[in-house]
Write a protein that binds this ligand. Structure first.
Ligand code: WT7
Length: 550
């Protein structure tokens, strides 16, 4: 669903009746949605007709139908699909630049409304495919239903929701959170980390399709009775002052966003920010990836005018809520450091052999004891939960992040040290992108690494080895990008695709990603390459590098 209040209503409605929700970000493809429906064996899908991302129309119902058809093809028919008519309510007269898709069987209500409303001539609602055996309109379901609904009484350890996150094997993991611990943890962290007071107006710009939206739009703020801004739109649309305009409009006091958004807005200078007063702001939060000190300084000095503490909150889908974070105005800040653990969280830094390092050090970030909001299992695969998080270093929860502790005991996240990439704060596994690439008949092997990107943090740099006789071309490159977008979603679209007649491998056949990472970044010092089976591929790969801005 788009970022509309009905999404929050749907989440809470599930909880009320004891159902488990699994929200899939609206930017995912039909294939990704189908994969998640099958894994969670879900019985009901809730979606909307569509929404606009800036000027672009996203036909959610078409994607949803496509996913349901794929499920049917895999002998898993989902019995019900509820569709919220969202675009039929849009009253902004913004010209439409996208075409509506051809209708299959349109929802009758929608067509009638279309006739009635003049505005839709300017920004029309999409005609949605409609299958009366499965589909139901949200509004028509509400009519005649009692406003009273007795809650289903649940155990504190009953599941609250599942949220899929990328896994290093390529198959997404259904992270399962339970009612009592999660709610307690997000309510407490929200209250303390944003120094919440009842007269606050809080705004988190994340999408509810990610854990930030679950914990710090829906559950944490609402458990505190907070007033929130729910924003369906882009920070740059219709112009790059949009965020600050909204801050002034609603007198936002606590603001929470991602480094990628800060870096994006930084590019446009201070003027679009200074056009608005922003004097209501009290605390600025950041989450999703390491924030570079330059972006931190801009956020602190330009947006917050050095009045507002910045809370750099480190956490994960798996942790439920903040685990390393400053408390605003209480913890002395260091730009780029998530500072110290939250109460009850006990971090440690381990070396390769799993020994705990003391004092200033760098290594694997792990946690030594559970806290209320930690995930309980990988849905339907408890074994995977154990192997992913607890096997590498027995007795510890492994985050997958690298971390440095300085002489003052501050923690600095250095980024992922597993096969994961962080693009604009969204985690992707190299394996899922690679498998989408090799599904193309022209590709025999693919290896994906990250390359630094000034706005997105990391970008996807893909090496592909082609089938004998196929030559690399712009057309093929475009096809491969499209293939990944269709398989996974727009967030996974590769930035660079390089023809790799050979890949650097060890004698046992393992691809040396470390070497590929250096090639993608044009770093000549490759370190120890003595285990390479054939070092001649290296020179060729350097010659064929994709240039483009870093
Ligand atoms: C990964 C978790 C937590 C909600 C959004 C992402 C990175 C997250 C920070 C931060 C440095 C950060 C880590 C982490 N990350 N916040 N403040 N500083 N890195 O949730 O998709 O589960 O991703 O995001 O790499 O492991 P997620």
């Amino acid at each position: 669903m788009p970022m509309v209040v009905e999404l929050v209503v749907a989440m809470l409605a599930c909880v009320r009746i004891g159902a488990v929700h699994s929200i899939v970000f609206a930017g995912f493809s039909a294939e990704s949605l189908c994969e998640r429906i099958l894994d969670s064996q879900c019985s009901l899908l809730i979606t909307a007709d569509g929404f606009y991302r800036g000027d672009k129309l996203i036909n959610l119902k078409v994607i949803a139908d496509d996913a349901l058809q794929k499920c049917r093809d895999k002998s898993f028919p989902v019995q019900r699909c509820i569709m919220l008519k969202h675009l039929s309510k849009v009253v902004e007269a913004i010209p439409l630049s996208s075409q509506s898709p051809p209708a299959k069987r349109p929802c009758p209500d929608l067509q009638q409304e279309k006739q009635k409303d003049r505005v839709k001539k300017i920004r029309p609602v999409p005609q949605v495919p409609w299958n009366p055996e499965v589909d139901q309109c949200w509004l028509s379901l509400l009519s005649g239903v009692s406003e009273e609904c007795e809650p289903e009484w649940c155990d504190s350890e009953d599941p609250l929701f599942i949220l899929y996150t990328s896994g290093s094997t390529g198959k997404p993991k259904g992270v399962l959170h339970t009612i009592g611990g999660y709610m307690l943890y997000v309510a407490t962290t929200f209250k303390l980390v944003f120094d919440y007071h009842p007269d606050d107006v809080y705004w988190c710009t994340a999408d509810i399709g990610w854990i930030t939206g679950h914990s710090y739009i829906t559950y944490g703020p609402l458990a505190n009775g907070a007033t929130s801004v729910l924003f369906e739109g882009l920070p740059t649309y219709p112009d790059v002052s949009r965020m600050w305009e909204i801050v002034d409009k609603y007198q936002v006091t606590k603001f929470y966003t991602a480094p990628t958004a800060i870096r994006l807005l930084m590019k446009y200078g201070t003027e679009p920010v200074q056009k608005y007063k922003r004097d209501s702001l009290k605390v600025l939060g950041t989450v999703g990836e390491p924030i570079n000190p330059e972006a931190w300084q801009w956020y602190y000095s330009v947006v917050g005018e050095k009045r507002c503490p910045v809370v750099d909150t480190f956490w994960q889908t798996e942790t439920g809520g903040h685990v390393l974070t400053p408390l605003p105005a209480a913890t002395p800040m260091k730009p780029g450091s998530a500072t110290f653990p939250f109460f009850g969280v006990v971090p440690a830094i381990l070396n390769e052999s799993g020994e705990e390092l003391e004092g200033p050090s760098e290594g694997y970030l792990v946690f030594k004891q559970p806290w209320p909001g930690v995930m309980r299992t990988v849905y339907g695969n408890h074994q995977r939960f154990e192997t992913t998080y607890f096997e590498q270093f027995p007795g510890y929860y492994v985050t997958g992040d690298g971390c440095r502790r300085d002489k003052d005991g501050y923690y600095w996240i250095t980024g992922r040290i597993d096969d994961m990439l962080n693009v604009s704060g969204h985690l992707l596994s190299t394996a899922e992108v690679e498998s989408a690439l090799v599904e193309h008949e022209a590709v025999v092997e693919a290896a994906v690494v990250s390359r630094p990107h000034p706005v997105k943090g990391e970008s996807l740099y893909c090496f592909v080895t082609l089938t004998d006789g196929v030559s690399f071309s712009r057309t093929l490159e475009a096809q491969l990008k499209k293939q990944v977008r269709e398989k996974i979603g727009a967030i996974a679209t590769p930035d660079f695709i390089q023809n790799a007649p050979g890949l650097p491998k060890t004698r046992s056949g393992k691809i040396m990603r470390r070497v590929l990472r250096k090639i993608a970044r044009n770093e000549q010092d490759l370190g120890d390459v003595s285990t390479l089976a054939d070092s001649s591929v290296i020179e060729l790969l350097f010659q064929n590098r994709c240039c483009g801005a870093m």
